[in-house]
Design a protein around this ligand. Sequence first.
Ligand code: UD1
Length: 367
Amino acid sequence: MKVVSVVGARPQLVKLAPVAAAFARTDHRHVIVHTGQHYDVNLSDVFFSGLGIPDPDVHLGVGSGSHGVQTGRILAAIDPVFEAERPDWVLVYGDTNSTLAGAVAAVKQHIRVAHLEAGLRSFNRRMPEEHNRVLTDHAADLLLAPTEDALRHLTREGLADRAVVTGDVMVDVCLRVRDGVLAGAHPRPDLPSGVDPDQPYLLATLHRAENTDDPERLASLVEALAALPLPVALLAHPRLLARAEAQGLKLAQGAVHVGRPVGYAAMVAAVLGSVGVVTDSGGLQKEAYLLGRPCTTLRSETEWSETLDGGWNRLVPDPARLGAAEWVATATRAAPQTPTSTPFGDGRAAERVVETLERWLTVPRRD
Ligand code: UD1
């Protein structure tokens, strides 16, 4: 069996790591195509080296652009790659523009498409990620759902007959790296200067277009972080830095200490060292849950609703509306007593992904 994985953005590289490792334990041919959606060293290269992912076989180098331009560039650049490779499967990951472009290009060449992390929904059609997920799920031949909740969404959309629950591959990588961090196999977290890793701190990230691109909203979120009574280590995505600069907004104010994004093990170490996480990232909400740190999510909805159980994750769409005292109490709350459960799987999802691709090769195609 020959499988082409299409990746391009940071969270996809994290998901690729356990999948590439699972393929390496088989005789299957696994080809990695990097679209180049993310190109900064700390959004891309550090994940390949840090997680032991083989170098991409093909790099399309598309770079940044508006959603339409970026998606279109990937489509055009990936077409000849699929034509040359003629794989049994194209495997796309998550919800980025690289996901959608990979799926559409494969469908047009009648190559089977499998969508890893299928069935997630925010039900917020303003999010580019929501368009990407819904369109990719409806285009794909095989939907690899991480949770039962994701399967329920697919069932509601009439897609149950092509869906399989495999568990979440991010659990595979998160637990493996956590064990390495706890065993001292990785250096201590590299926090922004001014944040002492031995004193209580909050870890924060902010990169969603709906939070960064509206100047008033971004200013109000940064003000809320600045007002917290603990140091806030804000690991700033380039989108956040670019928008803040364009809007003339200073990020390093009050409690906020600004650093660059870090590699995966450093991120896991930073979460483990923190007393809590404040974020708008999907992956980080889940990592906080898996690593047992309370998370405050600066959004009105989450695709990972299981993290809300027991109060491990709380949605705060607008800290300013919550009032100063309640915002501080929420963001700095202690970890709940309720133990976390295992809705995201047992850490062996990548093996199940490979087995499912093998099994579904024998299922007649829908066309
Ligand atoms: C993308 C995904 C999002 C995912 C996120 C993870 C889409 C629609 N969004 O958002 O789902 O959560 O990745 O990080 O695909 N930039 C750099 N260097 C880079 C990459 C980007 O400076 O290596 C800057 C550029 O100013 C660019 C901006 O970040 O315009 C946004 O990048 P883009 O790839 O469009 O989306 P992300 O915000 O990273």
